[in-house]
Design a protein around this ligand. Structure first.
Ligand SMILES: Nc1ncnc2c1ncn2[C@@H]1O[C@H](COP(=O)(O)OP(=O)(O)OP(=O)(O)O)[C@@H](O)[C@H]1O
Ligand SMILES: [Mg+2]
Length: 270
């Protein structure tokens, strides 16, 4: 099982939307998907619950950190939903090491039961994010193309607690940064200029896509995506043409992310 964590200390950048799209895409592609919602706001939980595709585990995500042994039901698409108790974990510093250890043990125990675990996180850089990154194979960072987000890119790498460099150095040398995924991208001059700035300063962190050099994975801003999120609908199943058009734009990015996550395994199998 490969574990991918959505992380960015900025709120509202599209973490939960990307987690949702990717979870549904991988499930449709025949992967056994475990979704874990570490954000007490529970956006991913309510969206997946409304979609009626994922089976909700009887345990909530806080238990994955607080309990040494937690079982979730088997299935092709299982959600471990959020709970308010997630908010209290940061306030128990003496337990932080066991919390990280418990989550790692849980994920290891799921290895043969699921193909992929997608972890949605809260924007605050706390023990939930640290524990997730400490046990993950991959971290993917959705970003918005505004100046504040671009300034925040350094934090993704260098934050003293949850920066990728720190996590790799101290907790998880194998953590791989899939990259920055610009989300809610609009074809405005302002966003285009910011995209150019990101390419200039952080090209190696973007996710190349397609045949041509200089093309990178991104998610456009589309009202159909916001609607799908609001109603728990699956983008490509929505009746509106706009939704199907949005899916046509998003699908190459989902395929690319899937290829990255499963690259080694599939090569190995082949
Ligand atoms: N590509 C998109 N096009 C249009 N709206 C989007 C898109 N992605 C996300 N949204 C909307 O933007 C809002 C914020 O997105 P989302 O909840 O995914 O961000 P987040 O990073 O998970 O936020 P938080 O930090 O609060 O967890 C939501 O209302 C969502 O529906
Ligand atoms: Mg979210």
């Amino acid at each position: 099982m490969k574990t991918l964590v959505l992380a960015n200390q900025k709120g509202g950048v599209g973490k939960s939307a990307v987690a949702t799209l990717l979870a549904h895409h991988l499930h449709r592609a025949g992967r056994r998907v475990l979704a874990v919602d570490l954000d007490h706001q529970g956006n991913l939980s309510s969206i997946l619950q409304r979609s009626n595709r994922a089976l909700s585990a009887p345990v909530t995500a806080d238990a994955l950190l607080t309990s040494a042994r937690v079982d979730v039901p088997a299935g092709t698409f299982v959600l471990v939903p959020a709970a308010d108790a997630l908010l209290g974990l940061e306030r128990q510093p003496a337990q932080h090491t066991p919390f990280a250890r418990n989550l790692r043990a849980f994920l290891r125990a799921q290895a043969g039961r699921f193909d992929v675990c997608i972890v949605d996180t809260n924007p605050n850089p706390d023990i939930r994010v640290i524990a997730a990154l400490a046990s993950a194979d991959f971290v993917l960072s959705p970003i918005q193309l505004n100046q504040e987000a671009i300034d925040g890119v350094r934090g993704l790498l260098h934050h003293p607690r949850v920066g990728v460099h720190k996590i790799r150095a101290v907790l998880n040398p194998a953590l791989r940064l899939v990259g920055l995924l610009p989300t809610m991208v609009e074809a405005t001059p302002f966003q285009k200029a910011n995209f150019v700035e990101i390419i200039r300063h952080h090209q190696s962190l973007l996710i190349p896509i397609g045949e041509r050099a200089g093309e990178f994975a991104f998610i456009p801003k589309r009202s159909a995506i916001a609607e799908a999120q609001a109603h728990g609908e699956i983008l490509w199943e929505m009746k509106k043409t706009a939704a199907r058009d949005a899916w046509t734009e998003v699908e190459p990015t989902m395929r690319r992310l899937s290829d990255i996550v499963f690259a080694k395994e599939d090569e190995h199998v082949a």
